[in-house]
Design a binder for this molecule. Structure first.
Ligand SMILES: Nc1ncnc2c1ncn2[C@@H]1O[C@H](COP(=O)(O)OP(=O)(O)O)[C@@H](O)[C@H]1O
Ligand SMILES: [Mg+2]
Length: 603
């Protein structure tokens, strides 16, 4: 939430602080890019706009009829006309009610549909983004792109054109009618309008500045709260509540101060805006009154003038607020475009479906560095290794050595910089990612369970699996008996709103997933590291069964579990330090032997 709030405010500030011409260019580009989204909803949108125009036209009738009644129908005793106009007005009002309903309901629907389109485009795009994107962007920020930003865009999508049209038609219509009544009086009143607009623009700027400041402060507060809440256990353990409180109160003070500033400007703005609009009332009463006493205008026209000035104030008010809305909507859309413009995972042209592989993996002089890392330090350099089909290779060594990274290169979560990785003699770049990943099962230290039932979670291994297959996989992962004790068995919800599973149980579900998937290649990345010794031993049995007949790459902390691997590779930040079988490495009397003996001493 914290970073989200910050970026949320930040983006707006950035657009505003740009040079004027740059900003205009950017905004024009954004608008041009946005217009096509109306295309599919064109009929609805046009109807919406017509409704808005009709409503504003109807708003102009009332003062006109009032004028006619006072100047014409009443003095001339035209009772019939009075009745006709009154009922005509009623009919207009009924029609207007219908139009207002349409505008409110369908207008918003247009916005919502555009929002829906944008959201699915964004979601589709995110699903295809390379994993490095998710390394760099926090979940909270991505969430806010999918929710807040798109909401603001959709609000702008329909309110923008509709409000502008409603205001402009009312304003122009009222002015035009006033001119037909009396040119001079109309001119005098009209002269006040630009004054109001200039004043508004001036005030808006101050308004916007405090608004931006507010967002930054808000973002900081969110970040403080987020870190205080997620760190609550640490704070308790170190009795740091007081420290946290001081830190928080600092932000809280800043918030109150900033909010105070905001309300001050807001108060000034609203009070003075209302005053200017009221001043128009004063002007029309005074000047219109003088004109009336001079016999320039009839009492009805005088009344109509007063009423038109009142009709005026709403559109002026709307036009002054729409500016901010447009800014916000465009800022949101700009952030949307920024994500959409980032490249998705490359799918090599001409890649073929590799079908089911045997799992003969060959790393040939592979080098890799994370691109988001400024230092661009090589995490893997010149790594060469052959893992025959059905064989087991263990990667051991200090944390940060690049073991996980190596594992992630096989399913092409990241693209290697140099060298090649091939499976069964096929370069992994020459096959489709989908078919490649279908051949690989991964069991990691942290298990992620999706929102859903136990069954759904196991089914991630194979969405076409039958219930029997799922139960079979669960049995082999030794979780079936436990699942049967759950209130709804396999249909029990897990996670947030369901049963909380222990680390070992979660790991078994992820092992069941792998059994169900039945891949020729298996990656076990510290699958048991988070578990206690007893649980680890039990799970290790399942893992041993799982890896039977598969090419297995196992990363493990506890070396007792990798003793039987066909090859053990000691990976350090400097590269491969040692490699060989357990016996060879022990004989080598190096890092591996040291680690091994250290662990046994501690058992
Ligand atoms: N997503 C990432 N983005 C940038 N750097 C990373 C990322 N993941 C790991 N690293 C860096 O790569 C190095 C190797 O990490 P990793 O493969 O996780 O090591 P291990 O699994 O052996 O502990 C570390 O220096 C780590 O900081
Ligand atoms: Mg790791």
């Amino acid at each position: 939430m914290g970073a989200n709030g910050l970026i949320f405010g930040g983006g707006n500030v950035i657009i505003r602080r740009m040079k004027n011409n740059e900003r205009e260019k950017l905004q024009k580009g954004l608008i041009r890019r946005f217009v096509p989204y109306y295309r599919t909803h064109l009929k609805l949108f046009v109807t919406d706009i017509i409704c808005a125009a009709l409503i504003s036209a109807f708003n102009l009738i009332y003062p006109y009829i009032t004028g006619e009644i006072i100047d014409n129908y009443v003095p001339n005793g035209l009772m019939n006309w009075l009745l006709i106009s009154a009922f005509a007005l009623l009919i207009f009002y009924i029609i207007k009610a219908g139009l207002n309903y349409f505008l409110q309901y369908w207008g918003h629907i247009v916005g919502v549909r555009i929002q829906k389109t944008l959201r699915s485009e964004l979601f589709d795009h995110l699903e295809k983004m390379p994993l490095s994107f998710f390394d760099e962007n926090k979940t909270g920020v991505i969430m806010s792109r999918l929710t807040n930003d798109l909401f603001e865009i959709s609000e702008l999508a329909h309110h923008g054109p509709e409000d502008v049209l409603l205001s402009v038609v009312t304003l122009v219509g009222a002015i035009a009618i006033m001119f037909t009544y009396d040119v001079w009086l109309a001119l005098i009143l009209l002269a006040l309008v630009p004054l109001i607009l200039i004043y508004t623009i001036f005030m808006r700027k101050r308004f916007v500045d405090v608004y931006d400041e507010m967002r930054v402060v808000q973002g900081e507060i969110n970040a403080d709260v987020e870190s205080a809440v997620s760190g609550i256990r640490v704070a308790r353990a170190y009795t740091a509540e007081e420290h946290e409180k001081i830190k928080f109160e600092h932000g809280n003070d800043a918030f109150a101060k900033c909010k105070g500033k905001q309300y001050k400007v807001m108060g000034q703005y609203y009070a003075s805006m209302r005053f200017l609009l009221d001043f128009m009332n004063f002007a029309v009463i005074l000047i219109g009154g003088v004109f009336f006493f001079n016999g320039r205008i009839e009492p009805g026209v005088y009344t109509a003038f007063i009423m038109y000035v009142t009709t005026f104030s709403n559109p002026i008010w709307t036009l002054t607020t729409i500016y901010e809305q447009i800014q916000q909507g465009l800022t949101g859309f700009n952030r949307f475009c920024n994500i959409m413009d980032q490249p998705t995972e490359p799918e090599d042209a001409g890649a073929t479906d590799c079908g089911r592989l045997n799992g003969d993996i060959c790393f040939d002089n592979v080098s890799f560095s994370y691109k988001n890392d400024d230092s661009a330090k090589k995490v893997i350099s010149g790594f060469t290794c052959r893992i025959g089909a059905g064989k087991t290779v263990a990667l051991v060594g200090p944390s940060g050595g690049g073991k996980t990274t190596l594992c992630h290169l096989i399913p092409r979560f990241y693209e290697i910089d140099e060298g090649s990785i091939s499976i069964d003699g096929k370069d992994i770049k020459s096959v489709t990612k989908k078919s490649l990943r279908e051949n690989i099962g991964i069991v990691q230290q942290d298990v992620f369970l999706f929102n859903g039932t136990v069954k759904e979670n196991i089914a991630y291994g194979d969405f076409n699996a039958s219930d029997e297959q799922i139960v079979e996989a669960a049995k082999r992962a030794n979780i079936h008996d436990y699942v049967m004790t759950l209130p709804d068995g396999y249909d029990t919800a897990v996670g947030e709103r369901g049963v909380k599973l222990s680390g070992g149980q979660k790991q078994r579900i992820s092992i069941a997933r792998a059994f169900l998937k039945n891949p020729p290649i298996l990656i076990l990345d510290e699958a048991t590291s988070a578990l206690d010794n007893a649980t680890e031993m039990l799970i290790q049995e399942s893992l041993n069964e799982l890896s039977e007949g598969r090419t297995t790459i196992v990363v493990a902390h506890r070396l007792s579990t990798v003793k039987n691997a066909d090859e053990i590779i000691v990976v350090t930040p400097a590269g491969i330090a040692e490699r060989g079988t357990h016996e060879q490495l022990m004989a080598l009397n190096g890092i591996y032997k040291g680690l091994y003996e250290y662990q046994f001493k501690n058992l």
